[in-house]
Ligand binder design. Structure first.
Ligand code: ADP
Ligand code: MG
Length: 248
C-alpha cells in the first residue's frame, strides 16, 4: 500500500546556527530563523546588535564562521559550500538605495532583468503602476523626490522576482509623514509579490507596523520571537520592556 504522507513545502528562508565574530567579539551568536513565502519577518534590535551582519551573510556579501543558510529547502551556503550573491535570488534594499543617476527610471527598474526587451518593458510598466509612478517611466532620478526614488528602488529590487527581499533600515532616511505612507505602500507591494521579507530595523514601531513576526535581537542573539502583538504584550525581560516603551 502506498503511504499518504503529506509533504509540507520547506520555508522560503531558513538560517541555522549562524555565527560570526570580528576579532574576539561574537557579533552574531547562534542565530536561527525561518521565513515562509509571503511572510514579513522583522529583525528588531538596538544599534550594534548584529542585524546588518546577519543580513549580509544571508545576502552572501559576508561569510559566516559557522552555520547554514537554505532557500526553499536547498543549501545555499555553509562553511565549505557557497552560492555567490548574484545567484541567490535575493533582492536587497538599504537606506542608501541610490538609483543610477545616468539611467532613466525605466532602465533603473529593468537593471537586473535578463529578459527580452518587450518583457522588460512590461515588467517595468507593471511595477511602476503598482508604486503609482507610471508617469515617471522616462524621467531621470534627479527630478524625483526622496519618497519617489525610494519607490523606484523598491520596484528595481522586486523586478527580477526575488525569492527573498532583505531590507536594512530602508525607511530611516525619510521624514515621518512620508515614512508611514511608504511603509504601507511597500508592505502591500511585497504582499502582492509573495516574496519572503526580512526587514531589519531598530524601531519597535516600524516592526509593529510591518511584521507578521518579530525576532528580537540583542548582543548577537535572538532573545524572543513571535507575533508582534505577543512580543509587545509579553516582552521577555525588563530590557525588552524598556525597548518597547517609546511606542505611544
Ligand atoms: P546593527 O546592524 O544591528 O546595528 P551590525 O551588524 O552592523 O549591527 O554590527 C554589529 C557589531 O559588529 C558592531 O559593533 C559593529 O561595529 C561590528 N562590525 C560590523 N561589521 C564589522 C566588520 N566588518 N569588522 C569589524 N567589526 C564589525
Ligand atoms: Mg545595521
Amino acid at each position: 500500500m502506498q503511504s499518504q504522507t503529506q509533504t509540507t513545502p520547506p520555508p522560503r528562508l531558513e538560517v541555522r546556527h549562524l555565527r560570526r565574530a570580528f576579532g574576539d567579539r561574537q557579533v552574531v551568536d547562534d542565530v536561527s530563523l525561518t521565513i515562509q513565502p509571503g511572510q514579513v519577518l522583522c529583525l528588531l534590535g538596538p544599534s550594534g546588535c548584529g542585524k546588518s551582519t546577519t543580513l549580509r551573510m544571508i545576502a552572501g556579501v559576508d561569510m559566516q564562521d559557522s552555520g547554514e543558510i537554505y532557500v526553499d529547502g536547498k543549501l545555499i551556503c555553509d562553511t565549505v559550500f557557497r552560492i555567490p550573491p548574484e545567484r541567490r535570488h535575493i533582492g536587497l534594499m538599504f537606506q542608501d538605495f541610490a538609483l543610477f543617476p545616468h539611467l532613466s527610471v525605466a532602465d533603473n527598474v529593468a537593471f537586473g532583468l535578463k529578459t527580452s526587451k518587450d518583457e522588460k518593458r512590461a515588467r517595468v510598466e507593471a511595477l511602476l503602476a503598482k508604486v503609482n509612478l507610471g508617469w515617471a517611466i522616462d524621467e531621470f532620478p534627479h527630478v524625483l523626490s526622496g519618497g519617489e526614488q525610494q519607490r523606484i528602488a523598491l520596484a528595481r529590487a522586486l523586478a527580477p522576482r526575488p525569492r527573498i527581499m532583505l531590507m536594512d533600515e530602508p525607511f530611516s532616511g525619510l521624514d515621518n509623514r512620508l515614512r508611514d505612507e511608504i511603509r504601507d505602500q511597500t508592505l502591500s507591494l511585497l504582499k502582492e509579490e509573495d516574496t519572503a521579507v526580512m526587514l531589519v530595523t531598530h524601531e519597535p514601531e516600524e516592526a509593529m507596523r510591518m511584521a507578521d513576526e518579530i525576532a528580537l535581537m540583542r548582543h548577537g542573539k535572538i532573545v524572543q520571537q513571535g507575533a508582534p502583538y505577543n512580543i509587545y504584550n509579553a516582552p521577555v525581560d525588563r530590557e525588552a520592556v524598556g525597548f518597547f516603551s517609546d511606542i505611544n
